[in-house]
Design a protein around this ligand. Structure first.
Ligand code: SF4
Length: 480
């Protein structure tokens, strides 16, 4: 590590996340001091602050024979040492034990898969994560269960690709939303958007054929695809089916109950979607109003009844723990209602306030972590009671209590696409505004991306450019 000083300054954002884990204000850094050096085959890190001092060392990883790889290993080692030293100091100073310990900025399941690859049993790999990162025993067990459930799904296959189709319109914008979707308004952008999307899908179908990849799953998300009219939905699903034929898992997000009607379910079924998602987020009317969703709990009940009547299942349900003004009693009410609606899968998000959300702009703070942690536990117990098992898990920045989002499903109802997108082990061809196509290079352990623009108007104008980016990603020209 040639320049330790420069390296430490690059680490700063990462270290800020670490002190925030302990709910420490960023100004603690005014009196915090972190120093790292390399000597006699060891990295040494020393942190001073919060009235304490801590020093740790780690062996510098050996030369791999590949200069780039050796540097990468050494940087990782130094980064981890600095983070760990800081973590231990904060833990001692505050007496807090964050549920995921010092784990930030890395997918927890990835660590388990790394353990499995190195020959450990699943149980031993989970135990190693618990020990190395100070993760609580409960979260380590959750991780173990998730990876165990995933072992019954399709394994990664570099000859396959998932297809994502984005419909970036919603009837109104939820206050916590950070997606690039726009309010549908008078709908004047919808038809030009669908023209562009269909053209991009047709080019994508050609690309899929030329690249020799086979289809693994289809996912139509957004936004809210069902904010389209039944006729528009019919048009776009028909194009999707023609471009990407084959009997694969097909999901359509029918997120907002206020967009649902019988005819739309009929159309979704007619084009072979075998999984939908109807998302109340909460079953408390006052909260629904506060977060800007123009529907009631009764609309959710009716939407589920209508979906079942039209033969639509399985149905996934999304809930959020920690919504503004909610306490554990209100969340318990939501869980009881969820149970009565008998979804085949349940995704429990922890409220996160992202930069582009209205909540962030209005200065809304996150709820108290301990309460949200109890809600998350209640949801886990409820999912278990319904016979579900956790099958995917991810964490984001700015989540209440630094917790997690977990997808639970009844046996046979886990969504392959959700696992693929979170584990990042499968190629993805994404169409529409805001979609991000990914090509996975498993040998090198890296991913290349081709993002589409998020702005709907620019997408309509420049979809050809996005199609070209995807082509360059999956079929790079010979001399490049
Ligand atoms: S329904 Fe989903 S995509 Fe639409 S505004 Fe709400 S959170 Fe955002």
């Amino acid at each position: 590590m040639a320049d330790m000083e420069a390296y430490l300054s690059n680490l700063q954002p990462d270290l800020l996340n670490m002190t925030r884990l302990f709910q420490l204000p960023d100004r603690v850094w005014e009196e915090m001091e972190l120093k790292a050096r390399a000597e006699e085959g060891l990295f040494r890190a020393r942190v001073r602050g919060l009235g304490l001092e801590r020093e740790k060392c780690a062996e510098i990883p050996g030369d791999t024979g590949d200069e780039r790889l050796t540097e990468l290993h050494r940087r990782r080692c130094a980064r981890r040492l600095c983070r760990q030293t800081l973590y231990e100091l904060c833990r001692e100073a505050t007496g807090m034990h964050p549920p995921w310990g010092s784990l930030t900025g890395i997918r927890p399941t990835r660590l388990l898969y790394e353990g499995l690859e190195s020959g450990l049993s699943l149980k031993a790999a989970a135990e190693r994560v618990r020990r190395d990162f100070d993760v609580t025993a409960e979260k380590a067990e959750l991780l173990r269960e998730v990876v165990e459930t995933q072992s019954s799904l399709l394994p990664p296959d570099m000859g396959q690709a998932d297809v994502y189709i984005g419909i970036p319109f919603c009837v109104t914008r939820c206050s916590y939303c950070s997606f690039s979707s726009g309010e549908i308004g008078d709908g004047h952008l919808v038809e030009p958007y669908l023209d562009a999307l269909e053209a991009e899908m047709r080019e994508g179908a050609e690309l899929l054929r030329e690249s020799g990849l086979t289809l693994r799953s289809l996912y139509m998300g957004g936004g809210t695809p069902t904010s389209l009219t039944a006729k528009q939905l019919d048009r776009v699903l028909k194009c999707m089916r023609r471009c990407f034929p084959g009997r694969v898992e097909t999901t359509v997000e029918a997120g907002r109950p206020d967009t649902l009607e019988r005819e739309k379910f009929r159309v979704i079924r007619a084009w072979g979607a075998d999984r939908i998602s109807i998302n109340p987020q909460t079953m408390n009317d006052e909260t629904l109003r506060v977060i800007g969703r123009k529907h009631t709990a009764e609309d959710v009940r009716q939407a589920y009844a209508m979906a079942r009547e039209t033969g639509m299942d399985p149905i996934n349900m999304d809930l959020i723990a920690g919504l503004p003004g909610e306490d554990t009693d209100m969340f318990a009410h939501t869980l009881r209602e969820a149970e009565a609606l008998r979804p085949e899968s349940l995704t429990v998000h922890t409220l996160a306030i992202k930069r582009s959300s209205r909540m962030q702009q209005t200065g809304e703070g996150l709820p108290e972590g301990g309460m949200v942690s109890r809600m998350v536990d209640m949801a886990r117990d409820c999912a278990r009671f319904m016979g579900m098992r956790p099958y995917y898990l991810y964490r984001q920045k700015s989540m209440a209590g630094n917790l997690e989002n977990v997808g639970y499903a009844l046996p046979g109802h886990a969504c392959q696409y959700n696992v693929d997108i979170m584990e990042e082990h499968t190629h993805i061809l994404a169409f529409g505004a805001g979609g991000i196509s990914k090509r996975v290079f498993p040998e090198e352990g890296h991913i290349e991306r081709a993002p589409n623009v998020s702005n709907i108007e620019i997408y309509i104008e420049k979809w050809r450019e996005m199609a070209g980016r995807k082509r360059d990603l999956f079929l790079p020209r010979e001399n490049e």
